[in-house]
Ligand binder design. Structure first.
Ligand code: SAM
Length: 220
């Protein structure tokens, strides 16, 4: 079979799934044209990597639909100088997109095998501004705080207090909040002592499982 880097499929994804649905940030769109999404999915699914839906990555988890990754990323409003925390590394695809757009990215994954695989993929693709660790991301990453942006790629029952505490003044937290089967993607902005919230759209994410998320007994 001829080698392909799926450039045609990747550009078609950006045009038909992102631009056509209202993603306008030029830096975000360029990052989606650059990042090799097929490197983040299992070999058997590479041909489907640029399709308009999530895909399984192991441990019952998924790499999110490209549009959802894009709207969450755009909502962070990154300019290039930021320190960002990601909760839910999964395949590492969203991590790579963030690494293209921010100065430093810290990412936490609950499952060690997913974190290790994502680290390997990100290293192999040459990302130097990313640090991945295994742990409970609902508690944040205090040693590296505060953050300009925090993105949670799993559905939370409510905003984890630790994440709000680790956000800089004017920093944004992008997080799906709601039940285990559907949530509302919400952006929380820290302004003085207030938290301003802005609902973006409905969404369906795997659950955020941890001390300040769902308990394992509630949902695994
Ligand atoms: N952004 C990922 C990507 O591009 O592949 C997709 C993430 S997937 C939808 C959600 C991830 O969040 C899963 O890998 C899951 O194991 C992880 N997760 C759930 N609860 C977590 C927690 N408390 N801390 C860290 N990761 C968590």
């Amino acid at each position: 079979m001829p080698h392909t880097d799926y450039e045609v499929e990747r550009n078609a994804m950006v045009d038909a799934q992102l631009i056509a649905r209202g993603i306008t940030d030029r830096r975000v769109l360029d990052a989606f044209r650059r990042v090799l999404r097929h490197e983040f999915v299992p070999d058997s699914l590479k041909k489907q990597a640029y399709e308009d839906h999530p895909l399984p990555i192991g441990e019952g988890q998924t790499i999110s639909q490209p549009y959802m990754v894009a709207i969450m990323t755009e909502s962070l409003g990154l300019k290039g100088s930021e320190k960002v925390l990601e909760i839910g590394t999964g395949s590492g695809y969203q991590t790579a997109i963030l690494a293209e757009l921010a100065k430093e990215v810290y990412s936490i994954e609950r499952f060690a095998d997913l974190a290790d695989a994502a680290k390997k993929t990100l290293d192999g693709l040459g990302y130097k501004n990313v640090t991945v660790k295994t742990g409970d991301g609902t508690l944040g990453w205090q040693e590296q705080a505060p953050y300009d942006g925090i993105i949670v790629t799993a559905g939370a029952p409510e905003i984890p207090e630790s994440l709000i505490k680790q956000l800089k003044e004017s920093g944004r937290l992008v997080i799906p909040v709601g039940g285990t089967f559907s949530q509302v993607l919400t952006v929380f902005t820290k302004k003085k002592d207030k938290i301003i919230s802005n609902e973006i759209c409905g969404c369906v994410f795997v659950p955020l499982v941890g001390k300040e998320g769902w308990r394992v007994s509630q949902r695994n």
